[in-house]
Design a protein around this ligand. Sequence first.
Ligand code: SAM
Length: 309
Amino acid sequence: MIEQYHKSALSNEVVESLNVASGRIFCDATLGDGGHTLAMLRHLPVEGTVVGIDRDAQAIERAQQRLASFGDRFMAIQGNFSDLEKLLKENSIFGVDGVVCDLGVSMLQISDPSRGFMFSARGPLNMRMQADDGLTAADIINEFSEKELADIIWKYGEERQSRRIARAIVRERSKRRINSTEELAEIVRSVVGGRFVIKTLARVFQAIRIYINDELASLERFLPQALNMLNPGGRLAIIEYHSLESRIVKDFIYREVHPCTCPKDFPMCVCGKEPRIRVVHKLIKPSEQELTLNPSSRSARLRVVEKLL
Ligand SMILES: C[S@@+](CC[C@H](N)C(=O)[O-])C[C@H]1O[C@@H](n2cnc3c(N)ncnc32)[C@H](O)[C@@H]1O
């Protein structure tokens, strides 16, 4: 019996802002441990359903166990949300009343040292959300050029010491292959000592994880598809955790709210492009109470938009 599930961030806010009680079918694009799906199923009318998507087979298995009592009101699909339209249509779902997307990694992934996501636990340098899919962290750490490594750490971790860290990685790997999270963490520590080291370690590991899992490009592909799949009046709720995700989501919302491509000095719009969405909530942060109960929700930020009729 599994007892330790991922603590969902902003769960009540997701249920409320998606108007779950008045919908019929919802999509949880990042099923994880099924926490948001569970909250939605509890609020849905009895005939309401949730379809959950995750690229991680272990997550799908755990969520299926956890949500088994809902029978066919819950359906799980393994896949990447960047293929959202295809995944839903293959399962005969052509429109949904709401979509939630809770970005990042789950407790399941982080707390299992064999997945290699954490700098604080010894494990293989893996970091793939979907096992057997693409390069591992060890592949890039041992095989990418110094410049490529520095660029990844800078672009996806926004780490100022990226060049020095990449140089240290290349120096160390010339002596032996770097295989474990602990070895990589040691190299980072040798470059950035003192009180900043934990933040730097978090940024370096985040950068590699984002690169390995192609997280930002997946998000960019997902957003317009989520909008396409929403029924008119349906809502999209996105929980983001860092500035790189935030930039993509904000740019997408801005483009959809201001689609007009007419030159600025035109007295009126002639391109005819109409907004497809309206902003329902610009930014919801966890309450003080949630932060006390679930400190790991501290960087969660929820944005909600509604598809216009
Ligand atoms: C923060 S967790 C979700 C937790 C979940 N909301 C809950 O309450 O239990 C994020 C999940 O999204 C999944 N994920 C991340 N990127 C994905 C993608 N591109 N396609 C499908 N699933 C993805 C991860 O595997 C992880 O299980």
